[in-house]
Design a protein around this ligand. Structure first.
Ligand code: SIN
Length: 289
């Protein structure tokens, strides 16, 4: 790829009032970023967990190249990637689709993997005139807000993650009857489970965050189903309170990048009758500690 390296100019980071989520302008991400600009972007991402770059019309190659500046690609199972672009998933919903919009449940991407992706990047191509927002929950502030006693209860607990609920042979997608444009690859593999600490420490910021979700967490090691359900149910309600949630409004040609190590997200619907097209990549992560 022969792209001219962009000049280093100061970027503008405009955080939300809560500090969770920030808009970044003053740079062109279609070209390789100068090292100091890339470092500023990574710093803003570590600080704000969800960052977005408006007004960035990217080709598939440019989306891949920007992703690789953040880190190596993650592994994206259970969804057929774009032809000729094995690292890009097209999240596409046609105006006549009735199947529930993809991603409509709180989750952290692929948390059932041994090394879940650190980042997900989502680039908007076609945005509906209504609906289609993405909600993000700040799992760091949610952890901080717990009482010391609850933190003690949670410390040392191991949560069990699996892709069975959405992608397994008896899962939600397998039972779907409505037409879906995205090609979901239902598989027995989805029934595998993987343990992760229920509270993980962010490798860059050193801050603790809750690392469980209703889509991928199936229990807590050593606990009965009823015990796990009580603790997890409490945590899901706690983490997704308005005070921890940021509602992201899309515009076309916006690139949004979130940190799966300390956030959950939820794709809101409300755009039946309209086309929505997004392109998604992931960046590899490490074993949660
Ligand atoms: C997802 O990656 O879960 C989907 C997010 C979205 O389409 O808003």
């Amino acid at each position: 790829m022969s792209q001219a390296r962009a000049q280093a100019t100061p970027i503008h980071v405009r955080p939300n009032e809560s500090g969770f989520g920030a808009e970044i302008t003053g740079l062109d991400i279609s070209k390789p970023l100068p090292p100091e600009t890339l470092a500023e972007v990574k710093q803003a991402w570590a600080r704000h967990a969800v960052i977005w770059f408006p007004g960035q019309p990217l080709t598939h190659d440019q989306l891949e190249a920007f992703t690789l500046q953040i880190g190596p690609f993650g592994h994206d199972p259970f969804i057929a990637p774009m032809e000729d672009h094995p690292h890009i998933l097209e999240l596409r919903r046609e105006p006549d689709e009735k199947a529930r919009n993809f991603g409509a449940g709180w989750h952290s991407d692929w948390s059932f993997q041994e090394e879940p992706p650190a980042a997900t990047l989502l680039h908007s191509k076609v945005i509906p005139p209504v609906g289609g927002d993405t909600l993000y929950a700040d799992c760091t502030r949610a952890y901080d807000a717990l009482s010391d006693e609850m933190k003690k209860v949670l410390s040392g607990l191991t949560a069990v993650h699996s892709a069975a609920l959405p992608y397994g042979p008896n899962g939600v997608f397998a039972q779907e009857t409505e037409k879906r444009t995205m090609k979901i690859l239902v598989s027995k593999d989805a029934e595998k489970t993987w343990p992760h600490p229920l509270v993980r420490t962010h490798p860059v910021t050193g801050r603790k965050a809750l690392f469980v979700s209703p889509v991928y967490t199936v229990g807590i090691e050593g606990m009965t189903h009823a015990e796990s359900a009580a603790i997890l149910g409490f945590l899901y309600t706690h983490m997704t309170q308005d005070q921890f949630v940021y509602r992201h409004k899309w515009r076309e040609n916006m690139l949004t990048m979130w940190d799966n190590r300390c956030t959950l997200h939820f794709a809101d619907g409300g755009y039946d009758g309209h086309l929505r097209v997004m392109h998604r990549t992931t960046v590899a992560g490490d074993v949660p500690h």
